[in-house]
Write a protein that binds this ligand. Sequence first.
Ligand code: AMP
Length: 410
Amino acid sequence: MRDILPPESGRWRRFTDVFADVVERAGYGQIVTPLLEDLGVFTRIGDATDVVTKEMYDFVDKGERHIALRPEMTASVCRAFAEHRPTVPWKVFYSGSNFRYEKPQRGRYRQFDQVGIEVLGADDAFLDVEVIALASEFYRRLGLRQVTLVVNSLGEPDDRARYVEALRAYFTAAGDRLSEASRATLERNPLRVLDSKRERDQELIAAAPQIGDFHSPEAAAHFVAVLDGLRTLDIEFTVEPKLVRGLDYYRRTIFEFQGGTLDSAQNALGGGGRYDGLVEALGGPATPGIGFALGVDRTLLACDDEGVFAAEPVELDAFVVDVTGGLQAVALTAELRAAGLAVDRGYDNRSMKAQMKLANRSGARFAVIIGDDELAAGTVVVKPMRGDGEQLAVPRSEISTHLAAHPDQN
Ligand code: AMP
């Protein structure tokens, strides 16, 4: 778990602001759910995923309830839907922290943030297109150019079940040609063997049965419509028949966005898919759902690597230097801030030299200086801190208008 300090923290806030702007324009409203849920909310996601079985921060609270810090947000959104029964289609977005007890490394943390959207109550393949397009648009707004989209369809639940059995038979027949770790995965969830990055498994994975051969006509038609929609919007994609996703509840369309610069184990910047069935599992009516979650931490690493969406310290308009005791700075700073300017000041009645050093370091456009002479004359000195403009004395009562009228250094 990490601390996010300024100016990086400001970049985080801008990140979620840009995300909110993209999705609010598409009719999504923000949902805020608790950081904690009843453990059952997450175990219903599926018992074959590491996120649920191995990585949850769960504990018994003082009321003897078994609860967990959320490892992801889709289950909470579905729980909220089942509880409040809003009208459909219900389009929501979220941002916030999740917790997974993973092995920390660059791009993988035990507390990490995600932004995401979910739509409940619509089955339309072109909704899948909208959802994917919004993630693409968000990456575009950040300035990322090397993000690629891979898509797949896991078919209807029956198709998926038949496929899982075919994979189980295929990988079991391979015996110890499959790595030991993947043999353990096979016991729990044959689909996840396809996710193995181990060298030894690659040849077997390449020749494994393909989900496309198991699609029902309905699932195949849905997938074709999704791909047609993506082409209509000129969104580039690759169909990856071996794409599976970490959580078990996905059906039909799944997708992942991959960064061009991160290590392969961490290059998934975000992903999502359809999860018809999850609301039902959480006690609600049968409701189709689709959504995605994008990792904030990892996407910002990709931004660093691509040199886009940099952290920017707040630009100050003025830095107030008061060497008459400090009370002038109290009033002047308040007045300038009230006039809409970004203003900081020196404290502790330090020397002119020390305060000017702070003014310099602050990056402010102007230092606004009050000494005993200025106080007596009812003026302040305005000193441009960048450029080569001259400093000048301005009547105290005109300082806000003066600064507002001089957006540049001079
Ligand atoms: P998931 O909920 O597993 O589909 O993850 C969606 C996205 O969240 C991933 O693509 C990552 O960008 C991000 N993510 C998941 N787990 C972590 C983690 N432990 N640390 C940082 N980011 C993560």
